[in-house]
Design a protein around this ligand. Sequence first.
Ligand code: ATP
Length: 359
Amino acid sequence: MEVGVGVEVRTEGVTKSFGSQRIWQDVSITLPSGEVSALLGPSGTGKSVFLKSLIGLLRPERGSIFIDGTDITTCSNKELYEIRKLFGVLFQDGALFGSMNLYDNIAFPLREHTKKTESEIKRVVMEKLELTGLLGAENKLPGEISGGMRKRAGLARALVLDPQIILVDEPDSGLDPVRTSYLAQLLLNINAQIDATILIVTHNINLARTVPDNIGMLFRRNLVMFGPREVLLTSEEPVVKQFLNGRMIGPIGMSEEKDEAQMAREQALVDAGHHHGGAEEIDGIIPQMKAEPGMPVRQAVFRRQARVREIMHTLPHAAQSAIRESLDQSDDTQVMAAYGADAPTETFSKTIPHGQING
Ligand SMILES: Nc1ncnc2c1ncn2[C@@H]1O[C@H](COP(=O)(O)OP(=O)(O)OP(=O)(O)O)[C@@H](O)[C@H]1O
């Protein structure tokens, strides 16, 4: 597999509305090159709109979006067309063409955007099918396979042009927790292999706690925070704590947000013994998932360590402690020991066997 170098994605004060509906405002975010970042937020906060803005499918009315130094909000259509080739995008349902088999779906970007011969195309397609555990399923139509397989096929297609930026919209949607973990493992393996800058948009708490190097959150039309994973995972911000623990108690309501009086009434109910809805309260930080044995060392880990050391003094105290703890353990190469005590769970310690096409 060719090794690319992920490029930086930076937004500066971007604001997006549809008519009079403001989706988010003044969002400034830098996705460090080659690292894995996640953007969280309750449903409807505009995560997908953000993702579509990054590839120029939607245009914010204010602010700039720099991809590898080019502002895609002002560049020409020709430049945008070239910039888009840096991206691989995995949409929620895989966005496959229903009438094409998996092979043709995955070959599609190569036939559209390159002059490769059919035998070269075959080599790339088979490589991506193998990487995503889909060998043997190439003749199936998207309608004949499960949601998990469709996601993996979408990922295979997103990878064929050797993207330097991979955007993933809700990798868990429609998947059970185990298949979600397999897909998360695959994304980390891919990051180790091609060093692409990855952004995962999700409201899956497990994924947020275990996968990304950096995490941000959108709420009430604003970016609540964005930074190294330890910042959000140790945050005392009520909306972040509520979200991470999936509780009903807090500023996030059924449709949008709550007022103070409503929050006080609900807290009184919980104090009186009513269940708050969250399955578990997790304090502190769960270790980050690692690339699997046999993968190259994930370079993002070293880049992030250097970066985080530099900004350490600007971070909240709790985040600093958590980062120091992780740095102390970090002769760690971020490749999971095959049978080591630190393999987080059995689920994460297995590869998708080649040819396994279920799920
Ligand atoms: N093309 C569009 N035209 C008008 N409104 C839109 C358009 N696309 C999205 N919206 C609106 O923008 C808001 C944010 O939608 P978006 O899908 O980005 O949210 P999300 O955070 O990804 O939600 P979820 O987690 O439920 O997928 C919604 O109110 C949606 O109706």
